[in-house]
Design a protein around this ligand. Structure first.
Ligand code: AMP
Ligand code: ZN
Length: 133
């Protein structure tokens, strides 16, 4: 999509540090410099978020997430990964092209990748009745 930074990285128009790619997906280094080894996995085609992503593309993204995560833990000295995604602006998505963050983890790394929530406000069974498929 015109003007989309991740489409430009996928096509090579903008340079990215490409960790892994296949026909449908790309993994590249996040430039945030917030944690060591922060990697993003994207579909090469423009999909806004998980909410409008077709199953085949999502499967390809998941497969690449696993390939990169296994590589990090088997060959790069990491012991685990956190996988993070924001879908929708209200969820904190800032780049409007689907991306999964891979945060590689090591014992004692001091990273807080799992937010401490404030506590639920609604009754569990009432929510359950609303969300159950
Ligand atoms: P989110 O807030 O979940 O939408 O995350 C967007 C991520 O994209 C942030 O972690 C940014 O650091 C990252 N980002 C933005 N522009 C670039 C870029 N040109 N290359 C690599 N990562 C980027
Ligand atoms: Zn895009």
């Amino acid at each position: 999509m015109e003007g989309c930074i991740f489409c430009k990285i996928a096509s090579g128009e903008v340079q990215g540090l490409r960790v892994f790619e296949d026909e449908q997906t790309l993994a590249f280094m996040d430039i945030a410099k917030d944690v060591d080894g922060h990697i993003l996995v994207i579909p090469k085609k423009h999909v806004k978020s998980i909410l409008d992503c077709d199953s085949e593309t999502l499967f390809a993204v998941a497969h690449t997430m696993k390939t990169v995560s296994n590589h990090l833990t088997e060959n790069c000295g990491y012991e685990g990964v956190n996988l993070l995604n924001a879908s929708g602006e209200r969820a904190g998505q800032s780049v409007q092209h689907l991306h999964i963050h891979i945060i590689p983890r090591k014992r004692g790394d001091g990273i807080d990748a799992w937010p401490k929530f404030n506590g639920a406000k609604e009754d569990l069974k009432e929510i359950y009745a609303r969300v159950k498929l």
